[in-house]
Design a protein around this ligand. Structure first.
Ligand code: CP
Length: 393
């Protein structure tokens, strides 16, 4: 008599922190997102996804939001619809069983039987990690307290990639509430990992938290140049960051202060502060006349509430609405990879399932654009290689 081996539990990938993704995986996400843009963007607005595929048909995304959102929730839902899937949503904790006192752990245990993938936003740091611990399907962090907002960072990096070509040695000024802003925390880790320099420009009393500063120095080996454009500049070493994401170095510090390649503006996160009446700087046309910003792209995760003047909107350096638009292709790509829609060997684990998914992918794309079909399928093949398979499976 032989003892049957216990069935292998499928490994589920969650994206709670930007550091849950390797640099290589971030590149893969961008490659798939770009393929979606090439294939499905409106002709007149190249960064707007205007058409859909059937790749994600029958897949269900649950958006579980305990805090307000416009971009994150709606772009995730739009992404799932453009993939041909469906959404179920809990957008307001006052209308879900959270209002009766249900724990997050219980809610997630239940919802992971209703959906194939969950996006959660929560006011408490660590809530997304807890949700991931109790979920039987992938969990994506749509922002937890002042901890992290990794998919915003994917949009931010992708926007910079399209504009600046390289991150290596690019100096990025980060202005505003660096303490309370979760988008900033994910963003600075990613900048350090891809070899950019970080020039903090905090509002008074709103510096990077000590734990983020420590991690930048110790884990990502940033050194501090005290002569940065606004004081301390976090400089990243040449190694071990991989250089392939953004092609050729363009920005060099050749003596003196570096030119700022991008300025990332954030709002005062008043919901995270007890003193809501604090001095906060404004970025406007006058601010951007300073010589160090002459070539700086202006980013903002939005929403803005006065700290970024509308006078900047017509400036060619402003790319924040493009940044928000990229939320759809980026989240389409992330959903596709986590659900195995563009890899063909993740979700069911069976060869038949793989073939069915690969075939669905090839068919849906080939009928529209042969070149893109080839690109995504070749991406799919690469996704099956050792590096990626171990990372996303
Ligand atoms: N950038 C961002 O997270 O926007 P929302 O709060 O509208 O989702």
């Amino acid at each position: 008599m032989t003892t049957a081996r216990p069935a292998k539990k499928p490994i589920i990938r969650h994206v709670v922190s930007i550091n849950d993704l390797t640099n290589k995986e971030i590149e893969q996400i961008f490659e798939v997102a770009q393929a979606y843009l090439d294939e499905l963007a409106d002709k007149s607005l190249p960064y707007r996804i205007g058409r859909g595929t059937t790749l994600g048909a029958k897949s269900i995304l649950a958006t579980l939001f305990y805090e307000p959102s416009t971009r994150t929730r709606l772009s995730f839902e739009s992404a799932m619809l453009r993939l041909g899937g469906e959404n179920i949503t809990s957008a307001d904790p006052n209308t879900s069983s959270a209002a009766k006192g249900e724990s997050l752990a219980d809610s997630v245990r239940v919802i992971s039987n209703y959906a194939d993938i969950i996006v959660i936003r929560h006011p408490k740091d660590g809530a997304a990690r807890l949700a991931a611990d109790y979920s039987t399907v992938p969990v994506i962090n749509g922002g937890d307290g002042s901890h992290e907002h990794p998919t915003q960072t994917l949009c931010d990096l992708f926007t910079l990639k399209t504009k600046k070509k390289t991150l290596r040695n690019l100096s990025v000024a980060i202005a505003g509430d660096l303490k309370g802003s979760r988008t900033v925390h994910s963003f600075v880790y990613a900048l350090a990992r891809f070899g950019a320099h970080i020039a903090p420009r905090p509002a008074p009393g709103m510096d990077l938290p000590a734990h983020v500063d420590k991690r930048l120095r110790e884990e990502f080996r940033c050194t501090i140049d005290p002569n940065g454009p606004f004081g301390a500049l976090y400089c990243t070493p040449d190694e071990p960051h991989q250089p392939t994401l953004f092609a050729e170095p363009e920005f060099k510090i050749v003596g003196g202060k570096p030119t700022i390649g991008a300025v990332y503006v954030t709002r005062f996160q008043k919901e995270r502060w007890s003193n809501k009446d604090q001095t906060y700087p404004t970025v406007d046309a006058e601010f951007l006349k300073q010589p160090e910003f002459s070539h700086a792209s202006v980013l903002h995760p939005l929403p803005r509430v006065g700290e970024l003047d509308v006078s900047v909107d017509s400036d060619s350096r402003a790319i924040y609405f493009q940044q928000a638009a990229y939320g759809v292709p980026i989240r389409m790509a992330l959903i596709s990879l986590l659900l195995g829609l563009v890899r063909g060997n993740h979700c069911t684990g069976s060869k038949a399932g793989s073939r069915a998914r690969a075939s669905r992918l090839t068919t849906s794309l080939e009928t529209k654009d042969c070149n893109v079909s080839t690109r995504i399928v070749s991406c799919m093949i690469r996704l099956k290689d050792r590096t990626y398979a171990t990372s996303f499976s």
